[in-house]
Design a protein around this ligand. Structure first.
Ligand code: C5J
Length: 220
C-alpha cells in the first residue's frame, strides 16, 4: 500500500479507497476581476495553489481515484441561503448581489463556476454546497460510502474556511483527512499557515498535512 509522507506521521492509503476533494476553486474566488478581488483581496495568493492542484488532479485521475469538486453557492431564489449568512458584509457585496461575474455565489452565474484549469471531466461529481463544509446538506457522505472511501485528500480554497470546515466534518465522520498544503490557499497567508498547523497539532488532532509532491511520489 502506498504511504503518504505527512505530518504528524506518515499515512498508508489505498488509492481505491481515497478521494481527492477539491474545494471551491471557483472563478469568483480566484480570478482577477472576480468577487474576491472586488472585496480587496490579492487573488494571486489563491492562484499559487492552482498548479499544485492541477498536478494532484492529474495524478489522481491517472490512479483512477474518486475525484469530487465542490462549489459554494445558492439557488437563484436563495431559498437555501440562511439570512444570517446573507446579511453579513457591505449591503452591495452580499450573496445574491450583482458582482463582476454575475450574482455573487449564485449557482449558474459565471463567477460561481470552477476555473478552467481545474475543470471537472465526465464522471467527476460536482457538489453544490450551501455552507462552508462539503458534508453539510450535500450527498458527499453517500458518495463516499458507496465507493468505500476511508481517506480524503483535501485541496482548495480557502484553507481556514471551507477546507478546514470540510476536514473537521470528515474527521468527525471517521475519515482520515489530509490537507495537501500547496494545493490549498488563503487570502491571508498567516491564516493558511496557522490553519495547517491546527490540523496536525497534538498528534493530528483532526487530520494530517501533506503536499502534492508527496502525494505524487507516493503513487509512484
Ligand atoms: C470558502 C469562503 N470557499 N471563504 N469560502 O472558503 O467564504
Amino acid at each position: 500500500m502506498p504511504v503518504l509522507a505527512a505530518e504528524p506521521a506518515p499515512l498508508p492509503f489505498d488509492p481505491a479507497r481515497t478521494a481527492l476533494v477539491i474545494i471551491d476553486m471557483q472563478r469568483d474566488f480566484l480570478e482577477p476581476g472576480g468577487f474576491g478581488e472586488t472585496l480587496g483581496n490579492d487573488v494571486s495568493l489563491l492562484q499559487a495553489a492552482v498548479e499544485p492542484c492541477k498536478n494532484a488532479l492529474a495524478a489522481a485521475r491517472e490512479a483512477g481515484m474518486l475525484i469530487v469538486h465542490t462549489r459554494e453557492g445558492h439557488r437563484p431564489d436563495m431559498a437555501d441561503a440562511p439570512p444570517a449568512k446573507v446579511e453579513r458584509g457591505e449591503p452591495t457585496t452580499r450573496i445574491g448581489c450583482a458582482g463582476p461575474m454575475g450574482r455573487i455565489l449564485i449557482r449558474g452565474e459565471a463567477g460561481h463556476d470552477i476555473i478552467a484549469e481545474l475543470y471537472p471531466i465526465e464522471g467527476e461529481p460536482v457538489l453544490d454546497k450551501p455552507g462552508k463544509g462539503a458534508f453539510y446538506q450535500t450527498d458527499l457522505e453517500l458518495m463516499l460510502k458507496n465507493r468505500g472511501i476511508d481517506t480524503l485528500l483535501v485541496c482548495g480554497v480557502t484553507t481556514e474556511v471551507c477546507v478546514h470546515t470540510t476536514i473537521r466534518e470528515g474527521n468527525d465522520r471517521g475519515y482520515r483527512c489530509v490537507a495537501l498544503s500547496d494545493c490549498c490557499a488563503s487570502y491571508f497567508p498567516e491564516f493558511h499557515r496557522v490553519g495547517l498547523d491546527m490540523i496536525k497539532a497534538q498528534g493530528g488532532i483532526f487530520g494530517w498535512v501533506s503536499d502534492s509532491t508527496a502525494f505524487i511520489a507516493a503513487l509512484g
